[in-house]
Design a protein around this ligand. Sequence first.
Ligand SMILES: Cc1cc2nc3c(=O)[nH]c(=O)nc-3n(C[C@H](O)[C@H](O)[C@H](O)COP(=O)(O)O)c2cc1C
Length: 491
Amino acid sequence: MNNFDILSKLQKRKIDLSDIEWPRFDLSKIQWSRMPKLRIGDSVAKLPIVQGGMGVGISLSGLASAVANEGGIGVIAANSIGMLDPDYYASHKDANAIALRKEIRKAKEMSSGIIGVNIMVAVQDFSALLMVAIEEKVDMVFLGAGLPLKGIPVGALRAAGVKVVPIVSSARAAGLIFRSWLKKYEDVPDAVVVEGPKAGGHLGFKVDQIDDPDFALECILPDVVTVVKDYEDKFRRNIPVIAAGGVFTGTDIYNLFKLGASGVQMGTKFVATHECDANIRFKESYLACSEDDLEIIKSPVGMPGRAIKGRFLKDISAGKKMRIKCAWKCLKSCDIKTARYCISLALDNARKGILENGFVFAGTNAFRIKNIISVKELLEELQKQYLCAREKGAGSLRSEYERALGKLRSLKEEYLTALKNGVNSLKDNYERDIEKGVIPFREEYLAVLDKINSLMSEYLKAVNNANSLKDELTKLIEQYSLFNRLHNETI
Ligand SMILES: Cc1cc2nc3c(=O)[nH]c(=O)nc-3n(C[C@H](O)[C@H](O)[C@H](O)COP(=O)(O)O)c2cc1C
């Protein structure tokens, strides 16, 4: 290569640094006044908080309507709800449909907010309960404890305006449901709850996965978000992912939102409210329990569950078999011959406060609950904590961005100086060498080129980093429609 070519090539490598604009963000003008809303289909909840369905009879019209009245999504648990009827053993499974209808109507009388129904796929009368939810036109159904793949009356659900939200514990399960729905129904669910292993009640994990960090909610949530994103693009529809299991404070909510969640589902905290439909003894067992009192049990549903230790569970694990009066085979997986107890009856006894003959489901955080408060107080506390965490998060994001801009500025100077010095000294050397009649300054040229190249790639990396911080801040500020006002000062 001709030495003149080498010089001109080196100068052409110079990248244009002048036309990048870096906005300055003034966060002090922002009013961090509220949490983002949660939109599921055409239902828009003022608060992105779903009260998880809790059976048997823990979340009925009382709790669900209280949550809906405060702007969250209130959910009635349908499984074995017929046990509210003293004649349950005479009327069998019809009692569930009758009681569910009654509770939905009651909840709707008490609230004009968003009311959902939680139905376990594992129950024998799944389709009948789903039909009641459709006939009563609830806002949405949450389908857990099994995958809602077959026999879903999608046409009837759509006609009644009932949104469908499956509950999953992995991206694989979410993918399976969405693929199967697309194939069978040419449609997809409206949102997804991803429930991690810290939840109360039945868990969609093998026992050895429960404490494995690879299965933690923070690990599985982003994967579910990725799976759902493909379908959002395909159907041009917003499909929110709702995170559940171990959500305790507004800071937890903020952190889960950063991982891609658009809402949270909470159970344990709602148990310790005045409006929760369980007997006071059930709630007080949360206040009394310690961390060591929480254990994983094997349930006749065929899944592990998290519950508070007690006499009943101790007897069961010691091998005792309770007398079972089976009204009808309510659970697909339950075998009356081998089951040691009737889980519906045990849970119903606990609901009524007869803890000696039953047990209490609870999440890992139950021991952190110190008092019983109202739903309104709980939701206000969560909002306050969330807003505080978001303000702090935005502040540290802004400092990180400012630091990135500082680095960018010094790298830019270093790069331009290296380029100028490199070219000038090469030019001097070249002219000196020509005078001396020697040509070989190629080695030196290559060393300079290397330095410039590495500075350039470091600079480009810093540009990318600053860009992504800028995007994050911009997104945050766009939520408040203040973007234009704050976007006018550039460096
Ligand atoms: C007492 C209790 C009963 C529950 N019953 C059900 C149920 O019937 N169906 C269901 O899908 N989830 C059930 N869950 C799970 C909750 O809906 C919710 O997803 C879970 O509690 C979230 O975790 P957290 O308790 O750590 O907030 C239950 C949880 C508790 C604590």
